[in-house]
Write a protein that binds this ligand. Structure first.
Ligand SMILES: Cc1cc2nc3c(=O)[nH]c(=O)nc-3n(C[C@H](O)[C@H](O)[C@H](O)COP(=O)(O)OP(=O)(O)OC[C@H]3O[C@@H](n4cnc5c(N)ncnc54)[C@H](O)[C@@H]3O)c2cc1C
Ligand SMILES: NC(=O)c1ccc[n+]([C@@H]2O[C@H](COP(=O)([O-])OP(=O)(O)OC[C@H]3O[C@@H](n4cnc5c(N)ncnc54)[C@H](O)[C@@H]3O)[C@@H](O)[C@H]2O)c1
Length: 630
C-alpha cells in the first residue's frame, strides 16, 4: 500500500548517527522529510564506546556544529566527562573528547527529532527500494507500506546482512539485541550497486559494583570543559536537557558534576590466555571473512601484531549516570565467552568482574564509496544517497558528518540545485568525503589528523570560521546564528589586523611579533587590551592561534593557492577517458571508474600520476576551445 500520495522530498532509511543528521539537515532546510528506522528506541545509539570526539574526530564534530548539525550540542548536553586531548601539544592537534550518558544521548536526539518541524519519524524496517529506470522513487517496508520520495538517503550502518560472532557462536543482527536487515542488500545488487563485507568489534560490558577501583588509576574530567557546540553563536537555540520539554534549559551546565574514568593494564596472564586461545577467536579461526578496523584493533590483534609489548592500557568508562554499567576501552574481542571471562579477570581490579554483556564482532555489507559522487549520490542510481558506516567508515563522528552532507545534498537534488561539496583544504569533512569517493577503502575508514594535508588550518576553534561560507550559501543555520557567526569572524579578523599593526610600549615589534616570540618561550607576553581580554574565550583563542602561528598558516595558504588552480578545473561529465591519446590505460580505467569532478580530485586517485594529469588538462582545455560559445 502506498502510504503517501505526494512524494516526500527526502526519505532517510536508518536512525543512527548518520540518519539523524541527514534527517535534521533536510528538515531544517524546509524539505518534507521522513526518517524511517527499525526501532525508534535505538535512535542515535552508540553501538560501542560512550564517547564522542578524540583526535581529528573532535574537530569534525565542531565542523558539524558549524554546519548546523546536532551531534556537538547533543554531546555537550548529555556529557558526563570532558577531556581536551593533546592539551600539552600545539593548538592545531588539540581535540575535544567527551563521554556521554549513552541513554541520555539517545533520548535527547530522539526528542530533537520529534520537535523538528517538517520531519516525520516513523518506526519501520526498510526491506527494499523502488526504482523507475535508473532512478530511485521510494522505499518498501516490512509493514507492507510503501513510501514515495524524490530522493532517498541510506544510512543503515552495520545492519545489512549483519552477522555477530562470539567464538564459533553466531547470531544475526547489526548490533547485539538488534535485527539484521536481510533483504535490502538484494535491492542494491539488483540496481547494480556492488557490496562487500567488513567487520568491527566491541568489548564486554561490566557491572561497576563488581570492580575494585582501588587497584586502578582515576582519570578525572577537565575542570573547564571544552564544548563541541559553538555556544557563543548558538545563544537562541533550545539548550534543553533530556528531562526538559524543549522549552528552556535547566540550571545545569555542560561540565557540571562530571564522573571519572579508571585506567588499568592487561597482564602477562591476559597475554597468555589470548595466545592459548587464538584459534578459538572468530577472527583468527576463519569464521569471519570481512576486514576489521586496523586502527581500533581487537585484543587478539594487539597481542599478535605488537607481540613485543608486554601490556596494553585499558580504560574503564561509565556508560551513564543512572547505570552501573562500564565499558572497557581497549578490550574488543571475538573470543568465546569463557575465554573472555578469564581474560577480563586477569586484569588488576577486574578479578571479580561480572560481565553484563559479552564482547562480539559483527560482519556486515558495505557499498564501496567510489560508487558515489562527492555529493554522496550514487553514480548508478539517480537520487539515491549513501552515508555512514555503509560507506565503509567506522565511527559515530564520521557517520554524522556524512549524514549531514547527504541530507543537505538530497534536498538540493530534489530542488535541482548544485550540491554542497566541502574542499580538502576547508576541513576534515572535506578530507573524509574526498578520500572515500576518490580512493575508496578496503578496511573500516577512521579519521586521523595525518589524513589532512592542511591540518594546521583545522584547529577545532576555527570550524565556524571555515564553514561560514557553506552555512551561508546553503542556508544551514538560523539567520540569527548566521549574523552572530559573521560578527564573530569580523571580530577575529579585526583583532588580527590590530595586533599586526599596533605596537605595545616597552619592546620591539608589533603586538603580533611579541605574541609570536612569547608563545615560543622567548620573552614576556605583552599586556593585551582590556577590550580584547573581554572577548568570548573562543574568539580570543582563535585570534591568538592565528597570530602565534602566522608564518606556518600563511605557508599552508600559499600551498592551497597553488593547488587551487587544478581544483578549479572541472572535468566534463561522461568524458571518455579511453579515447584520450597518451593517457596510460591503467589511468584511463581508474578515471573512468571514479569519474572525478575536478582535476584536483583526479590527481588524488591512486595510480593516476602527474603526467596523466597534464595530458588530461591539455585535453580538457583543447575540448573547451573547440566548443562553440553558447
Ligand atoms: C559492535 C560494534 C562496535 C563498534 N565500535 C565502535 C566504536 O568503538 N566507536 C565508534 O565510534 N564506532 C564504533 N562502531 C561503529 C559505529 O557504531 C558506527 O560507525 C556508527 O554508529 C555508524 O553510524 P551509522 O549512522 O552509519 O549507523 P548505525 O549507528 O549502525 O545506525 C544504523 C541505523 O539504521 C537502522 N536500520 C538499519 N537497517 C535498517 C532498515 N533496513 N530499515 C530501517 N532502519 C534500519 C538501525 O536500526 C540503526 O538505527 C561499532 C559498531 C558496532 C556494531
Ligand atoms: N569497531 C569500530 O568500528 C571501532 C572500534 C573501536 C573504536 N572505534 C573508533 O575509535 C574511537 C575509539 O578509539 P580509541 O580506542 O582510540 O579511543 P578514543 O578515541 O576513545 O581515545 C583516543 C585516545 O584518548 C585516550 N583515551 C581513551 N579513553 C579515554 C578516557 N576514558 N579518558 C581520557 N582519555 C582517553 C587514549 O589515549 C586514546 O588513545 C571511537 O570514537 C570510534 O570512532 C571504532
Amino acid at each position: 500500500m502506498l502510504f503517501n500520495s505526494l512524494p516526500y522530498d527526502v526519505i532517510i532509511c536508518g536512525g543512527g548517527h548518520a540518519g539523524c543528521e541527514a534527517a535534521l539537515a533536510a528538515a531544517r532546510m524546509g524539505a518534507n522529510t521522513l526518517l524511517l528506522t527499525g526501532n525508534i528506541d535505538t535512535v542515535a545509539a552508540m553501538s560501542c564506546n560512550p564517547a564522542i570526539g578524540g583526535q581529528a574526530k573532535g574537530q569534525m564534530v565542531r565542523e558539524i556544529d558549524a554546519l548546523g548539525g546536532e551531534m556537538g550540542i547533543n554531546t555537550d548536553l548529555t556529557a558526563i566527562q570532558f577531556r581536551l586531548l593533546n592539551e600539552s601539544k600545539g593548538l592545531a592537534v588539540q581535540s575535544p573528547r567527551a563521554q556521554s550518558d549513552k541513554k541520555a544521548y539517545q533520548f535527547r536526539m530522539k526528542h530533537t527529532l520529534e520537535l523538528q518541524p517538517n520531519l516525520q519519524l516513523f518506526q519501520a524496517t526498510v526491506t527494499g527500494l523502488t526504482f523507475a529506470k535508473d532512478r530511485v522513487t521510494g522505499v518498501q517496508t516490512n509493514l507492507d507500506l510503501e513510501f514515495a520520495a524524490h530522493t532517498v538517503v541510506v544510512t543503515t550502518g552495520t545492519f545489512l546482512r549483519g552477522l555477530m560472532h562470539i567464538g564459533t557462536n553466531k547470531n544475526e543482527g547489526g548490533r547485539m539485541g538488534d535485527f539484521s536487515a536481510k533483504t535490502l542488500s538484494a535491492s542494491f545488487e539488483q540496481a547494480g550497486i556492488e557490496l562487500q563485507r567488513l567487520k568491527t568489534g566491541t568489548p564486554p560490558r561490566l557491572l561497576g559494583r563488581s570492580l575494585d577501583f582501588s587497584k586502578m588509576t582515576e582519570q578525572r574530567g577537565d575542570e573547564a570543559p571544552t564544548c563541541f557546540a559553538f555556544h557563543e553563536t548558538r545563544q537562541d537555540e533550545h539548550l534543553f536537557h533530556v528531562e526538559q520539554t524543549g522549552e528552556d534549559r535547566l540550571g545545569w551546565q555542560p561540565g557540571t558534576n562530571q564522573v571519572s574514568c579508571w585506567m588499568t593494564y592487561t597482564t602477562e596472564e591476559t597475554a597468555q590466555i589470548v595466545r592459548d586461545n587464538l584459534a578459538k577467536s572468530a577472527m583468527y579461526s576463519g569464521e569471519i571473512q570481512g576486514t576489521g578496523p586496523r586502527y581500533c584493533p581487537s585484543i587478539e590483534d594487539k597481542f599478535v601484531r605488537f607481540a613485543d609489548k608486554p601490556r596494553h592500557l585499558l580504560f574503564l568508562e561509565p556508560e551513564g549516570r543512572s547505570t552501573n554499567e562500564y565499558y572497557i576501552n581497549g578490550l574488543s574481542t571475538s573470543l568465546p565467552f569463557d575465554v573472555q571471562m578469564a581474560m577480563v579477570r586477569s586484569v588488576p581490579g577486574l578479578e571479580q568482574a561480572q560481565l553484563l554483556r559479552p564482547a562480539y564482532a559483527v560482519e556486515y555489507d558495505f557499498a564501496p564509496p567510489t560508487q558515489l559522487f562527492p555529493s554522496l549520490e550514487s553514480k548508478k542510481v539517480e537520487n539515491l544517497f549513501f552515508a555512514g558506516q555503509i560507506n565503509g567508515t567506522s565511527g559515530y563522528e564520521e557517520a554524522a558528518a556524512q549524514g549531514l552532507i547527504a541530507g543537505v545534498n538530497a534536498v538540493h537534488k530534489a530542488r535541482g540545485e548544485p550540491p554542497l561539496v566541502i574542499g580538502r583544504a576547508e576541513g576534515y569533512i572535506g578530507v573524509l568525503i574526498d578520500d572515500l569517493v576518490t580512493k575508496g577503502t578496503k578496511e573500516p575508514y577512521r579519521m586521523f589528523t595525518s589524513r589532512a594535508e592542511h591540518r594546521l588550518l583545522f584547529n577545532h576553534g576555527s570550524a565556524e570560521n571555515r564553514m561560514l561560507p557553506h552555512a551561508r550559501e546553503h542556508g544551514l543555520v538560523s539567520p540569527a546564528r548566521l549574523a552572530r557567526m559573521e560578527a564573530k569572524v569580523a571580530t577575529v579578523d579585526h583583532w588580527i589586523e590590530w595586533f599586526e599593526s599596533k605596537r605595545p610600549g616597552g619592546g620591539q615589534g608589533t603586538f603580533g611579533d611579541r605574541i609570536r616570540r612569547a608563545s615560543q618561550g622567548d620573552g614576556e607576553w605583552p599586556e593585551l587590551p582590556t577590550d580584547f581580554q573581554n572577548l568570548p574565550t573562543e574568539s580570543r583563542q582563535e585570534v591568538l592561534y592565528r597570530v602565534s602561528y602566522k608564518g606556518y598558516l600563511e605557508r599552508e595558504q600559499r600551498q592551497i593557492a597553488k593547488l587551487a588552480n587544478i581544483e578549479k578545473v572541472q572535468i566534463p561529465v561522461g568524458l571518455d577517458y579511453l579515447q584520450i591519446k597518451g593517457l596510460r590505460h591503467e589511468s584511463a580505467q581508474k578515471l573512468a571508474e571514479t569519474q572525478p569532478f575536478t582535476l584536483g580530485q583526479a590527481s588524488r586517485i591512486s595510480g593516476v600520476n602527474p603526467s596523466d594529469i597534464s595530458i588530461l588538462l591539455i585535453f580538457i582545455e583543447a575540448q573547451r576551445r573547440r566548443k562553440p560559445p553558447a
